[in-house]
Ligand binder design. Structure first.
Ligand SMILES: Nc1ncnc2c1ncn2[C@@H]1O[C@H](COP(=O)(O)OP(=O)(O)OP(=O)(O)O)[C@@H](O)[C@H]1O
Ligand SMILES: [Mg+2]
Length: 321
């Protein structure tokens, strides 16, 4: 396995929504010029406060949302220019796990039929028996007894349903899983079990995953690398341990300081005001974080900082880090 083999490559991804509010039309820069590579076998975390654009990044990759501009490549193949046939294949190779497994499971279908659905659509099963065996094996992979195939969603607990959500994404074997807040709806103790399952699957199957969450504590547990987003921008990209031990962007520092799991003494260093992100309806010039940032200067108010390597080799979008 080549450690640096790129599966997914995003270049200068942009998505703007228009929203109307009080009779006026506003532009929301949901995703603002994001470039990112995902390497085979890694879990890449995307973290940031609600509304920062995490889900929009995930949805543009599989074209549930159409990007305004930019390039997305899966194994070197351009996603955004793919035709219907190529998109069919892509949907087999890139699979989503959603926050609410209940909403994504058909209540009238057995668990087995839900897990086999994508395989059925794409005609991947050789026989009835092959189908049954692969569904059973996939259920066991996610820690469920094969007999779950005959049950219905309402007979399962939240954690079991999310295991089914993961099983659905695993059959047939995907190149990439995009998990959008996969544990956010679960109790903390169940969260840990599902995170452990994902970590085991990564080790056993070499699974590649984009793991989206607003919860830095959760992202810290599972990610090899982490992209931190703020108001549509990627402000820092680092390997997990490096990010938490030595956050470079003032926003990352603020996020980490506010997570007791990572920072037990919970002190906010450098006098950063917690505050709130500015309204997504306001046009922010310069650095999107400038009005919450203790380091902000005139430059930050006028000029958007690019994501680039700083003095210690960290990718960070800040004029002063
Ligand atoms: N279909 C849409 N129409 C208009 N605005 C949208 C649409 N989808 C997302 N947005 C806006 O784009 C911004 C980014 O939304 P997105 O859902 O990607 O954020 P998020 O980081 O996933 O948030 P959360 O943590 O709450 O899931 C938000 O301001 C959101 O209101
Ligand atoms: Mg979201």
């Amino acid at each position: 396995m080549s450690r640096m083999e790129t599966i997914l490559s995003l270049k200068n991804l942009q998505k703007t929504f228009t929203a109307r509010r009080k009779g006026k039309t506003y532009k929301i820069h949901a995703v603002n010029d994001i470039s990112l590579d995902v390497r085979r076998g890694e879990t890449l975390g995307i973290v940031g406060e609600t509304g920062c654009g995490k889900t929009t990044v995930g949805r543009t990759i599989i074209r549930l949302t159409t990007a305004d501009s930019g390039v997305a490549e899966l194994n070197g193949n351009d996603i955004f220019t793919s035709d219907r046939q190529q998109m069919r294949k892509l949907r087999l190779k890139v699979r989503m796990v959603f926050q609410d497994p209940y909403a994504s499971l058909n209540p009238r279908r057995t668990i087995g039929d839900s897990v086999g659905e994508t395989g059925d659509i794409h005609g991947v099963f050789d026989s009835r028996r092959d189908r049954e065996e692969r569904i059973a094996r996939t259920l066991e992979q996610v820690g469920l007894d094969a007999s779950f195939a005959n049950r219905f969603p309402h007979q399962l607990s939240g954690g079991q349903r999310q295991r089914v959500g993961i099983a659905r994404a695993l059959l047939p074997t995907p190149d990439l899983i995009i998990a959008d807040e996969p544990v956010s709806a679960l109790d903390v103790s169940i969260q840990a079990q599902v995170l452990n399952l994902l970590a085991d699957l990564k080790d056993e199957m070499g699974l590649t995953m984009v793991f989206i969450s607003h919860d830095l504590g959760v992202v810290a547990q599972i990610s090899d690398r982490v992209a931190v987003m703020y108001m549509g921008n990627m402000v820092e990209l680092a390997d997990g341990p490096g990010l938490f031990a030595n956050p470079q962007h003032p926003y990352t520092q603020l996020l980490i300081a506010s997570v007791p799991l990572i920072n037990p003494n919970k002190r906010v260093s450098g006098g950063i005001e917690k505050g709130e992100p500015p309204s997504r309806f306001a046009d922010v010039s310069g650095c999107a974080f400038h009005d919450r940032c203790p380091l902000a200067t005139d430059l930050c108010r006028t000029t958007r900082p690019e994501l680039r390597k700083n003095g210690i080799g960290r990718k960070v979008a800040c004029h002063h880090a």
